[in-house]
Design a protein around this ligand. Structure first.
Ligand SMILES: Nc1ncnc2c1ncn2[C@@H]1O[C@H](COP(=O)(O)OP(=O)(O)OP(=O)(O)O)[C@@H](O)[C@H]1O
Ligand SMILES: [Mg+2]
Length: 530
C-alpha cells in the first residue's frame, strides 16, 4: 500500500480534478482501460454526442490508471479546445507536465521520452484539432509503449480501438439525477425513482441533460417537471443560470479570480493578473476556470470568454469589489503606460510599441475609469503617456480621444499651465492629421494660455508650430510673423547657439524662400547651417 502510494506520487501528471463524483459506467471503464493496456492498440478513442460524458469518462479512466500506478512515465491531459492547440503547444504542455525541461520544444526529445517511458496522453475534444495534419501524423506514430486516449464528438476513425459512448443505463441515469439534485438541495426519496427514471428517459439518458433537469427540480415538483419535459422538452437554462451553476462549484479562490478578471478589457498577462487580482496561487485557480471552460489563454494572455465578461462583472459588483479592482487595474495600466512611454526614446522602443499595441484597451479603460471618478490628475497623466504611445503605434483616433479627455480634465482641475501644454499637444495632433483649421484654433488657445502662465519657452514652441501650420496653409505673412516671434524669444532665452534657435532660423529661411525672397532667405540658411 505504502509502496503504491509512493510510486503514485512520482508519476507526473496534470489531470484535472473532477468537479463532481463520477457515476458508474463500470463496463465502459473496463473496456477503455483494457484497450489502453493492450500492447497492440496504440490509440483509443471515445466518441459520442455532446454531453454524453466522454470527458467525464476519460477523466475517470485516467485517474484510476494513475492510482494503479500505470503509465509510470506520466499522464498528460490536453484540452484541445484550449486556446493554444498547435502541435508545438501540445508538445510544450507534454514537456512541462512530464518534467522534460522547458523551451524550446524538441520533438525528438519528447518522442524519445515517450519511447523509453510509458506515458498516456489524453486529448480531450479532439474534434477541435482534427484538421491538424502534423498532430495527426504525430499520433499515428505514437511511440510504443506510450498511448493516446482521444475523446471526440465525430467518429474520426483513427487506427486503434473506438468506444461509441451511449446513453446511461436507466439505473445509472437515476443515480446521476439524484446526486445532481442533491447538489441543488433537493432530496429525492427512493419511492420517486420511477418518476425520475421517466424523466431520464424523456431526455434520452444524456448526462448533461439529466443534470440540467435535476437543476430544475429545485424550482418545481418532479411530477410537474416530468409533465413539462414531456410537453415542451427540456428548458435550457439561460447562459447566466448555467454560469451561476458553474460558478457555485468553484473554490473560493477560483471564484475570486473569475470575477476579478472582469476588469480586464482585452485580457491580461501574468504580471497584470498577479498585481491586479490579488489571488494567492492564482495559477491553480486559473486551471480550475479552464476546466469549467470559463476562460481562455492565448500567448500567455489570460482572459474571460467574451460572452462571459458581463456576467463576471455582475458578480464583481455583487461581491462589492468592482470599485476596488477597477481602480487597481486603472492604476496598474497607468504605470505600465508611463513605463512604455519612458522606453520610446531609448533603444528599447519596441517595448513601448508592444505595450501600446497589446494593452491599448486596458489603458483606455483605465483613463476612462479615472475620468468617471473625476480623478483629473490621473486622466492627464494617461493623456501624456498615451499621446506618445498611441502615436508611435499609429492609433490616431484613440490618441485624439485620450488627449481631448486630458485637456478637459486640466480645465476642470483649473491648471492653466497644464491646459496650455495639452492644448498644444492637441494642436500638434490635428496638424499631423491634416486638420489645419482645427490645429490653428488650438495653437492660438494654447498660445494665449502660455502667455497667461508666462511660460516663455513654450510660447515660442507654440508660435513656431503655429507658424508651420500657417506655412502649410500658404499664409506666408502670418507664418513669417510667428517664426520671427519664436526666434526672438528663443534667442533671448537660450542664446544664439542653441539648436532650438537653429530650428527657428531654418523655418524662417524656408518661408522667405517660398515667398520668392531668396536674398532674404540666404542669411537664415547660412546661419542655420553654421
Ligand atoms: N458517468 C457520469 N457521472 C457523473 N457525471 C457525469 C457522467 N457522465 C457525464 N457526467 C456529467 O455530465 C456532463 C456532461 O459530460 P461531459 O462533459 O463528459 O460530456 P462530453 O461528452 O465530454 O461533452 P462534449 O462533447 O460537449 O465535450 C458533465 O457535467 C459531466 O460531469
Ligand atoms: Mg467533453
Amino acid at each position: 500500500m505504502d509502496n503504491l502510494a509512493s510510486e503514485q506520487k512520482q508519476i507526473p501528471h496534470n489531470l484535472p480534478v473532477s468537479p463532481q463524483p463520477f457515476v458508474d459506467r463500470e463496463k465502459e471503464i473496463r473496456e477503455v482501460t483494457q484497450a489502453l493496456l493492450d500492447p497492440y492498440i496504440p490509440l483509443v478513442t471515445v466518441t459520442g454526442i455532446g454531453g454524453i460524458g466522454k470527458t467525464a469518462l476519460a477523466q475517470e479512466v485516467a485517474h484510476r490508471l494513475l492510482e494503479q500506478g500505470q503509465f509510470a512515465g506520466g499522464i498528460c491531459w490536453l484540452d484541445c479546445w484550449g486556446s493554444d492547440n498547435t502541435l508545438d503547444a501540445i508538445l510544450r504542455t507534454i514537456q512541462t507536465t512530464l518534467g522534460l525541461g522547458g523551451t524550446p520544444v524538441v520533438r525528438e526529445e519528447v518522442r524519445r521520452y515517450l519511447r523509453t517511458n510509458p506515458c498516456l496522453l489524453v486529448l480531450d475534444g479532439y474534434d477541435a484539432v482534427a484538421q491538424d495534419m502534423e498532430l495527426l501524423a504525430f499520433l499515428e506514430r505514437m511511440p510504443e509503449p506510450s498511448k493516446a486516449l482521444l475523446t471526440s464528438r465525430q467518429d474520426i476513425r483513427l487506427h486503434g480501438w473506438t468506444l461509441a459512448l451511449d446513453s446511461l443505463t436507466k439505473q445509472d441515469a437515476v443515480r446521476l439525477f439524484v446526486e445532481a439534485a442533491e447538489r441543488h438541495e433537493v432530496e429525492v426519496p427512493s419511492e420517486q425513482n420511477p418518476l425520475v427514471a421517466e424523466i431520464c428517459r424523456l431526455v434520452d439518458g444524456v448526462p448533461m441533460a439529466i443534470q440540467l433537469a435535476a437543476a430544475q427540480a429545485a424550482s418545481m415538483s418532479l411530477d410537474t417537471l416530468r409533465q413539462r419535459i414531456a410537453q415542451v422538452g427540456l428548458k435550457v437554462p439561460s447562459l447566466e443560470a448555467t454560469l451561476r451553476q458553474s460558478y457555485s462549484r468553484l473554490s473560493e479562490r477560483a471564484k475570486a479570480l473569475f470575477r476579478r478578471l472582469a476588469v480586464f478589457i482585452d485580457g491580461a498577462d501574468d504580471k497584470a493578473v498577479e498585481n491586479v487580482c490579488q489571488v494567492e496561487g492564482w495559477r491553480e485557480a486559473w486551471s480550475e476556470l479552464v476546466r469549467f471552460a470559463l476562460v481562455r489563454e492565448q500567448n500567455r494572455c489570460y482572459s474571460l470568454r467574451a460572452a462571459i465578461q458581463p456576467f463576471a462583472l455582475k458578480l464583481l459588483e455583487e461581491a462589492g469589489e468592482r470599485e476596488k479592482y477597477e481602480e487597481r487595474a486603472a492604476e496598474y495600466f497607468l504605470a505600465l503606460a508611463q513605463f512604455g512611454e519612458s522606453k520610446l526614446d531609448t533603444d528599447e522602443a519596441d517595448i513601448g510599441i508592444a505595450i501600446a499595441r497589446n494593452k491599448r484597451g486596458n489603458m483606455l479603460a483605465g483613463q476612462e475609469w479615472y475620468w468617471v471618478h473625476e480623478r483629473w490628475e490621473e486622466v492627464i497623466a494617461y493623456g501624456y503617456a498615451l499621446d506618445r504611445l498611441l502615436d508611435v503605434a499609429g492609433f490616431w483616433e484613440d490618441r485624439l480621444k485620450v488627449l481631448q479627455r486630458a485637456v478637459e480634465a486640466s480645465k476642470r482641475k483649473g491648471d492653466a499651465g497644464e491646459q496650455a501644454r495639452l492644448l498644444h499637444n492637441l494642436a500638434i495632433l490635428h496638424h499631423e492629421l491634416g486638420d489645419y483649421a482645427v490645429a490653428l484654433g488650438y495653437y492660438q488657445e494654447s498660445l494665449a494660455a502660455f502667455r497667461e502662465a508666462d511660460d516663455r519657452f513654450n510660447q515660442a514652441s507654440a508660435l513656431n508650430n503655429l507658424g508651420s501650420t500657417y506655412h502649410v496653409l500658404g499664409q506666408m505673412e502670418k507664418a513669417l510673423e510667428c517664426y520671427q516671434q519664436a526666434l526672438a524669444i528663443w534667442e533671448k532665452q537660450l542664446g544664439p547657439e542653441h539648436p532650438q534657435v537653429a530650428v527657428a532660423v531654418n523655418n524662417l529661411g524656408s518661408v522667405l524662400r517660398d515667398l520668392g525672397d531668396l536674398a532674404g532667405a540666404r542669411p537664415y540658411y547660412e546661419r542655420a547651417l553654421a
